[in-house]
Ligand binder design. Structure first.
Ligand code: FES
Length: 576
């Protein structure tokens, strides 16, 4: 690109203003960190948006990764400035990290716009930190590259692989049915988290890293490199170099995030057996950048895609194995006939150029397209009187025999009600029952927690039964599995049909025909609706009150309604 085509740097409005008093103010205070004068005279300013936090263990190594990004930025002639944003740590944040995804997105957006940045590097890891920062960046639309923090090393426990999260879902079973002691539990805890990085199953964090790579927002191969592998640092450094070029090329997010890129991401998520959480996050990102994406697109584009990756929770291996086998480039190469390959990606090359020669080193981990691990792996979207705006299920994580099932509902009005009654001796429940959980949608919890994969009742587990149909308006951890219908929309807290289900009602689930029906007459439902009372808001002040009043339903991505779309990077007023 010739110099005259290089876009004017946005940061010059701060550092080289006509009014020297303001220029003095903008430069002088930054100089207290020891930057030489040439840093303020035409170098692209690269914001390194860091979700580092010791309270987000999956992102606790990102301060170190930021230093490698800075190396690359300086090498390429840029001026790196690291800044913190809200970090959503999945395991310790109450009541649920998802409640704060949109707050993190708002924080990211406003920081990028308000400060003198020309380009942005997003350092992400734990589940919500990726969509939150990408959503926020989309609403500003500067050149942006993502550096995922990478997965933890494989967990090993007494000779077997132990996947983060996935093992947790087996705990109740283990504690009740096996000779499993407190000491065993303590040992398993450290075995499943033995290095820096995010969950190393194909859970939500890994799915988000793959989503970013499939969208073209990271360098190729970025998703799978383990957090502690030296190649993760090299990747960070190369991303630092590249973002400076992206600024010079004016390669803004909206040039990469076209509708076809979202279609690619849906296909890739299906092929990797990715998380159901991917749906709400991808839709929210699409809403920010202005791409029209509907819930049914996930089924139309993804449900027939074969499963090519043999990772927990759908399969056997973990992210470290995926990396050694070739990572996402090897999957993209297998999918080439299904993807839009001519799309530009963050490194300036097309998806085809990046992945056409990608090798696969282990066919037990990454299958050839002609010999997949499953024929149809994507997410199915269900409709019916129980979910007029849709509900989702991940058939690859479900029991095939339960994908068509009719049974009586056993209703829990809240997650607390479930915990209080699930193991009561008098609870009339068996393996044919359908467990229905209300009050865990975006408004209902609030924040749509990952509780949809309810543990089975002990008396059913004792029979050796491992799965039952479960239905809720909540989400499920990407590391979980089972015949679990999620994201029922409209949710019960705003008066969706789910709110009207009573214990004993018959429900029929028919995944092959994409149907979820409550077998109750319209007349009876109208009668129940007339008696239904909307729950009182959980909070009357603060962010959560704002969230409850403005959050959209899950089939739209659960963003706050006033955050959808973008405002660009322009700031009309200077500091005064
Ligand atoms: Fe952070 Fe799983 S808890 S990625």
């Amino acid at each position: 690109m010739s110099d005259k085509n290089v876009p004017k740097l946005r940061s010059r409005a701060w550092f080289e203003p006509e009014d020297e008093k303001m220029g003095f103010i903008h430069r002088s205070w930054l100089r207290n960190q020891g930057y030489p004068d040439d840093y303020f005279r035409g170098r692209p300013v690269i914001g390194i948006c860091n979700t580092w936090s010791e309270l987000t263990p999956c992102n606790a190594h990102l301060r170190e990764i930021a230093e490698f990004v800075k190396r690359g930025v300086i090498e390429a002639g840029g001026f790196p400035l690291e800044f913190p944003v809200t970090s959503m740590g999945e395991t310790n944040m109450r009541p649920t990290a998802m409640l704060f995804r949109n707050m993190g997105a708002m924080d990211t957006e406003e920081c990028i716009r308000a400060y003198p940045m020309d380009g942005v590097v997003l350092l992400t890891g734990c589940d919500k930190t990726t969509p939150a920062t990408v959503m926020g960046a989309c609403s500003v639309d500067l050149p942006t590259i993502v550096v995922p923090g990478g997965p933890m090393l494989n967990g090993h426990y007494r000779g077997e692989l132990i996947g983060s999260g996935t093992f947790v879902w087996k705990l109740k079973d283990k504690l009740k049915n096996e000779d499993f002691t407190q000491e065993d539990l303590t040992e398993a805890e450290i075995c499943s988290a033995r290095s820096a990085g995010h969950c190393m199953t194909m859970g939500t964090a890994s799915s988000m890293a793959c989503m970013v790579e499939a969208l073209g927002l990271s360098l190729p191969g970025a998703a799978a490199v383990p957090a502690v592998d030296s190649r993760r640092k090299v990747l960070a450094q190369r991303s630092g170099r590249r973002i400076v070029e992206m600024v010079r090329e004016d390669l803004v997010l909206s040039k990469i995030l076209v509708r076809e890129a979202f279609e690619n991401a849906i296909i890739v998520n299906a092929a990797i057996g990715g998380s159901t959480n991917f749906i709400v996050h991808l839709q929210a990102i699409a809403g920010r950048i202005g791409v029209d994406l509907e819930l049914k697109d996930f089924d139309i584009l993804g449900s027939k895609i074969p499963l090519l990756v043999n990772l927990m929770p759908s399969g056997k291996f973990l992210m470290e194995d995926f990396f050694y086998a070739g990572g996402l480039p090897a999957v993209i190469k297998e999918l080439n006939e299904m993807l839009h390959l001519d799309l530009i990606t963050a490194n300036g090359k097309t998806l085809k150029e990046n992945n056409e020669k990608a090798p696969c080193y282990n066919r037990e981990v990454i299958a050839e397209i002609k010999k997949p691990f499953q024929e149809a792996a994507g997410i199915a979207v269900l409709y019916g009187n129980l979910c007029k705006d849709g509900a989702v299920i991940k058939p690859s994580a479900a029991s095939p025999a339960l994908l068509t099932h009719r049974g009586p509902a056993v209703v829990f009005e809240s997650i607390e009600d479930y915990h209080a009654r699930i193991d009561e001796a008098e609870l009339d429940i068996d393996e044919n029952s359908i467990m229905v959980l209300k009050g865990v949608g975006p408004v209902g919890y609030p924040g749509m927690p990952e509780v949809g994969n309810l543990d089975l009742p002990t008396k059913v587990l004792k029979k050796g039964v491992k799965d039952m149909v479960r239905i809720s308006d909540g989400r499920m951890s990407g590391t979980a599995f089972g015949t679990v219908v999620l994201h029922v929309s409209p949710e019960s807290a705003i008066g969706g049909t789910l709110a009207l289900v009573e214990t004993g009602d018959m429900i029929s689930l028919d995944v092959p025909n994409r149907s979820l029906q409550l077998e109750v007459t319209e007349e009876e439902l109208s009668r129940r609706k007339a008696n239904w009372q909307k729950p009182a808001p959980h909070y009357t002040r603060g962010y959560i009150s704002l969230y409850e009043q403005t959050v959209q339903q899950s089939h739209l991505g659960a963003d706050l309604s006033f955050l959808v779309d973008k405002s660009g990077s322009k700031v009309d007023r200077d500091v005064h």
